[in-house]
Every structure is written in C-alpha cells, then in structure tokens.
Design a protein around this ligand. Structure first.
Ligand code: ADP
Ligand code: MG
Length: 241
C-alpha cells in the first residue's frame, strides 16, 4: 500500500528546472533512501512532500492528503509527516524535554501529563532518557540531533522525512544518529531519507533512488549498489561521495 506517491512532478526555481518529471512511490513501513550529487534535486523533492515547496505540475499524495491541492489543510498534513533537517534548530532556552513537549502541547492539545509520558517515551527511543533536563548547549551535536528526531516522533507521525541529518556531524556522532534511525526502521516506521551515507542506504533502505539532474535516474533494492545500471550511478558510487 503506497503511503507517498509522486506522479510526474515538475518544479522550477525561476529558469532552473530542479524536478523534471519525478515519479516514485513509498509503501507503508518502507525505508526509502534518496541519493545523488549535490544540486540534483533531492532536498527539493523531500520538501515538496511536506509542502514546504509548491510544485508546478504533477501530483503528490501523502497519507491520503492531496498535497498538490491548493485547498490542502497544512496542519493535517504536518500532523502525519515529521521532517528532520541537518540543522536541529532546538530552542536554546528550553530543556530537551521542553523542546519535545512544546508541539504536542500546543499543536495536538495534549495535557501536561500526556505530553510528559510521550516525552519520556520518545527520549527513550533515541537513547536519551538521562538527558531530559539538559539544555541544547550541554549536549553534543549527535545528542541534539537525536532530541530533534525525538521532537518529531512526539507528534506521532505516519511518515518521517530526513534530509542529510548527519552531514554536520563528526563520524563518531554520525553513528549514534544512524543507530537511532536504524532502530526506527526496524520498528516499522515509514521513512524517506536523503543521505550521503551509502553504507546506511545499502544496509537499511529497502529501496534506494538515485537522482540525477532532477530526474529519477535509477531505483532499486540493495543490489543496486553492486550492479549500477547507468554510467552516472557507477561514477557517483565510485567517487565515494
Ligand atoms: P540537493 O538536495 O540534491 O543538493 P536541492 O534540491 O537542494 O538539491 O537543489 C536543487 C537545485 O535547486 C540547486 O541548483 C539549488 O541551488 C536550487 N535551489 C534549491 N532551492 C532553491 C530556492 N529556494 N531558490 C532557488 N534555487 C533553489
Ligand atoms: Mg540537499
């Protein structure tokens, strides 16, 4: 059952064509990785799914919402879709727990007790139960990113989108964030992730899509990494990016 569907999506920024007829679908429970060179349109594709960008042509459906319909209720879409970026953007004057509880309290109308329970649960999920009362500046980059993931999870989304969430981190901190994402995947979360971590895509993703020049150039299972069909993907993988 497809929970995300992009059908012939086109998007330009001025004269620059960034998405040139992109189509793909993601099933419930699937881990879907998007790889490709810088500038190939990966982030834009992800941002269109959450309607952070409007599309020019085509159709996007997410969790039963017609994302490309101008009448879409954005609050309903955002309730079902969590998105995490490279920059964690935690509020510096709030503790980890307070950062996490904010949206459930205000956007989902959770009571203080419900939010507290939820916060404890998602902090445990990202392995940070002992850091509930810490402020962002007291946490490492990897820990801050895990709080940002927990904050998204606290909205109880159907789908999680990740845009290069480890790119700003040292290799050793990258590992702890990838571990959290692998655990989420094992727990059945539907995930779309843009990543430079080829080993993670190969080991964890059910499907990997290679974008090139705003198009879906190649798509496949883990075997795609051993047997790329196009010269462009071969080159991309050989460059070790
Ligand atoms: P990727 O994530 O694969 O690196 P992006 O989707 O971020 O690629 O960007 C694709 C192209 O679109 C790039 O050339 C980028 O400079 C351009 N672009 C992205 N966002 C904007 C924007 N808001 N305005 C103008 N150009 C943009
Ligand atoms: Mg990007």
């Amino acid at each position: 059952m497809s929970i995300i569907l992009l059908d012939n999506v086109h998007k330009s920024f001025g004269a620059l064509k960034v998405l040139d007829g992109v189509s793909f679908s993601v099933n419930k429970g699937e881990v879907f990785a998007i790889i490709g060179r810088s500038g190939s349109g990966k982030s834009t594709a992800l941002r269109c799914i959450d309607r952070l960008e409007h599309i020019d042509q085509g159709r996007i459906q997410v969790c039963g919402h017609e994302v490309s319909d101008p009448r879409l209720d954005l609050r309903q879409l955002r309730r079902d879709v969590g998105i995490v970026f490279q920059s964690y953007n935690l509020f510096p004057h709030l503790t980890a727990a307070e950062n996490i509880a904010l949206a459930p309290r205000h956007s989902k109308g959770k009571t203080r007790a419900e939010a507290k329970e939820l916060t404890a649960r998602v902090l445990a999920q990202v392995g940070l139960s002992d850091k509930a009362q810490s402020y962002p500046e007291q946490l490492s980059g990897g820990q801050q990113q895990r709080v940002a993931i927990a904050r998204s999870l606290a909205m109880e989304p159907q789908v999680m989108l990740f845009d290069e969430v480890t790119s700003a981190l040292d290799p050793q901190l990258t590992g702890e964030v990838l571990k959290v994402m692998a655990d989420l995947a094992a727990g059945g979360m539907t995930m779309v992730l843009v990543t430079h971590e080829m080993a993670f895509a190969r080991n964890v993703a059910d499907t990997t899509l290679f974008m090139h020049k705003g198009r879906v150039w190649e798509q496949g299972g883990p075997g795609m990494f051993e047997r790329p069909q196009t010269a462009e993907l071969r080159q991309f993988l050989a460059a070790g990016l």
